[in-house]
Design a binder for this molecule. Structure first.
Ligand SMILES: C[S@@+](CC[C@H](N)C(=O)[O-])C[C@H]1O[C@@H](n2cnc3c(N)ncnc32)[C@H](O)[C@@H]1O
Length: 293
């Protein structure tokens, strides 16, 4: 299996701390509600014991870090790490104002920096798909785990099983010219949300990085991408692969906005329910053990 690694994460880190941070703030409600359907299930299926020390990788606003902190109790700790200082600042402020004293946060590139281990567990909700060198990142993460400690990460399965972002992407691709990362000076999120969808490839990466007892469990659930059709269209035009196609196209993307809005409204119309626009999503719950001492 040919796994290509490039060690420079500076472009994705800048993207997460600027344009993507702003978009995540704008759509925080939709994202965290939708993503928590996945993480709540994994956290219930594999509960952390009281007193455990857990690192939340790519923690974003720290919602899951605070949740884990409550679960491990006051003798345990939950530490969130994210490459984007803006996310870390929000997470730290909210933890300070909230009900958990055992959650803390720091900024680091998980691929290369010291992760301040050892931890009993590593957790990640959709925070491990954006590394330019995933094997190096998974190895660096493993080194922060105590021997026999467990990694549990949630990543998206293939785009075809994630209509909540893929239907908008298909629609936008027909209208807006696609600009590749190499053709633009704009920052971008790196390999993208589906980079860990292939179970064979990811299990090989984990094996090379020193993990054993690797398992994949599929989890499917609907995500509400907006309370109204207009909200769903706005969401799709800002985030996910469709939002990135529009942003990277620059003026050409802006010029076709009317056409895109009309096409997305038509795409989502059949998905509108009394609770909003609901669409299927599908993730892998991947677990693996630090097989080296
Ligand atoms: C899709 S968001 C998920 C955020 C959060 N886990 C959640 O579920 O709400 C991906 C997160 O991974 C972080 N991230 C991306 N590359 C990273 C890296 N190399 N090191 C640390 N964090 C990274 C981003 O800044 C972002 O907060």
């Amino acid at each position: 299996m040919n796994i290509v690694e490039n060690s420079d994460n500076s472009v994705p880190i800048k993207a997460w701390d600027t344009v993507l941070f702003e978009k995540y703030c704008r759509f925080r409600f939709v994202l965290t509600q939708g993503l928590s359907a996945h993480s709540d299930t994994l956290l219930d299926r594999r509960p952390y014991r009281a007193g455990a020390h857990v690192l939340d990788v790519g923690c974003g606003f720290g919602d899951t870090t605070r949740q884990i902190a409550r679960r491990v109790g006051s003798c345990g700790t939950a530490i969130g790490v994210d490459c984007a200082p803006n996310f870390v600042d929000v997470a730290a402020h909210e933890a300070q104002d909230g009900d958990v004293a055992n959650a803390s946060f720091f900024a680091a590139d998980v691929q290369a920096d010291d992760l301040r281990g050892p931890y009993d567990f590593l957790f990640s909700r959709f925070g491990t798909m954006f590394f330019s060198a995933p094997v190096a990142a998974l190895r660096n993460m493993r080194k922060a785990l105590r021997p026999g400690g467990e990694l549990a990460m949630i990543v998206w399965r293939r785009r075809e099983d994630n209509p909540w972002v893929h239907e908008a992407e298909q629609c936008v691709r027909k209208i807006v010219p696609v600009v590749s990362h190499e053709e633009t000076e704009e920052v971008h999120c790196g390999p993208g949300p589906f980079s860990m969808a292939g179970a064979d490839m990811v299990s090989e990466m984990l094996r090379i990085a020193g993990y054993d007892r690797i398992s994949f469990e599929r989890f499917d659930t609907d995500i509400c991408i907006g309370r109204t059709l207009d909200d769903a269209v706005e969401f799709a035009m800002a985030l996910g692969p469709a939002g990135e196609i529009i942003r990277l196209a620059g003026e050409a993307g802006k010029a076709r906005k009317g056409e895109v809005v009309a096409a997305l409204r038509q795409t989502f119309a059949g998905r509108l329910t009394a609770e909003g626009v609901k669409m299927p999503s599908s993730s892998w719950f991947i677990t693996a053990r630090n097989g080296l001492s």
